[in-house]
Design a protein around this ligand. Sequence first.
Ligand code: DAH
Length: 351
Amino acid sequence: MSDVPEISPEAVDAAVADALAAVAAASDTAALKQARSAHQGEGSPLATFNAQMRSVAKERKAEFGKLIGQARGRVNQAFAAREAELQEAEVAAQLEAERVDITAVASRTRQGARHPMGLMQETITDIFVGLGWEIEEGPELEHEWFNFDSLNLDEDHPARQMQDTFFVDPIERHLVLRTQTSPVQMRTMLERRGTLDERPIYMLSPGRVARTDEFDATHLPVFTQAEGLVIDKGITMAHLKGTLDHLARQLFGAEAKTRLRTNHFPFTEPSAEFDLWHPTFTGGARWIEWGGCGMVNPNVLRAAGIDPEVYSGFAFGLGIERALMFRSDVQDMRDMAEGDVRFSEQFGMVV
Ligand code: DAH
C-alpha cells in the first residue's frame, strides 16, 4: 500500500506500537476484531512489510525476516491475550444478566373474588326477580323530603335528629346521606303512579344507607338494606307475610319462617317488625329480629298521588348485613366492612 513506508526497524517498531495501542484500546470483541483486520489483515503495515521481503537485498533478508517474525509474533500474542480477556468479561456479563435467583420469592397474583356482601345482596335480589319483581335504584345522597317528609316522618321525628343522620353541607340544600332505602318507595311511586293499572309496582331496592352509628360488632355507619314495595289492587297483609316467608325459606331452608310483631313506622299502617325463625342458628333454632314492614300508609300513597281508595300495598325493609350474619354465622359486623381478604376467602372464591 502506498502509505506504508519502506521496511525498516523503525517502521516495524512503529507498526507494532500502533497495533499494541489498538489492542489496548479495544473495549469489546467486536472492536478487537476491527483492530485486528486494520493491524494484521491484508494491506496492514505488518502484512505489507512481509510482502516487501521479496525485494529486500539478500544479505539483509535474515535480519528483516527475524524482525518481522518477532513483530508479528508480539502483535499476535497481544491480540490473543486481549481476546481471551474480553471474551471472559463478556461471558461473565452475560451470565450475570441472565442469572436466575432460585431463592427469590415468586410474586404471585392472587385471584380475586366477589365480596360476600355483594353475593348476599345478589342472592336476595335473585329471589325477588324469581317472583317477577323489578329492581329499582335510588341515590345515596338523597333529598330530605324523600328520605323523611314524603314518608310521613315529620320535622320533629326522632329519626331526623342530628345523632342519626348525616346532613350534608350546605344545610339549606336539604341533602342527607339516606338513612334508609325507603325513599326509593316514594321515587318509584311518583314515577309509576300513572301506569299502575297496566303495571302495578312489585319492586325491590337494595342499596347502601348511612347513619351516625358507632363502628362496632353490631353497627356499621354505612350498611346495606333492601326495600320491598308492592302497590296493586286488593293487597293485604297476607301477601306481605307470604312474601317474607318465601324469602326466609329461600335463604334459610324449608323450616324457616317469619313472624310479625306490632310496631310503629310512620310510613306504614299497621306496622310491624318481623323476626326470622332461624332453624340452623348456631346455638339452636330461634327467632331473630330482621326488619320492619307494614301496609303502606294512606298518607304516603296520597303524597305520591296514588288514590288509597283504589290501591293498597305493603312495604318492608331489611338489613342485608344481618342476613349474612345469620346465614354464615358472622359474629362481628366489622369483618364485613374492613375488606380483609381472609374474611372473604371463607365464603369461597366466587367470581
Ligand atoms: N326504613 C326502616 C328502617 O330503616 C325499615 C322499614 C320499616 C322499611 C317498615 C319499610 C317498612 O318499608 O314498611 O328502619
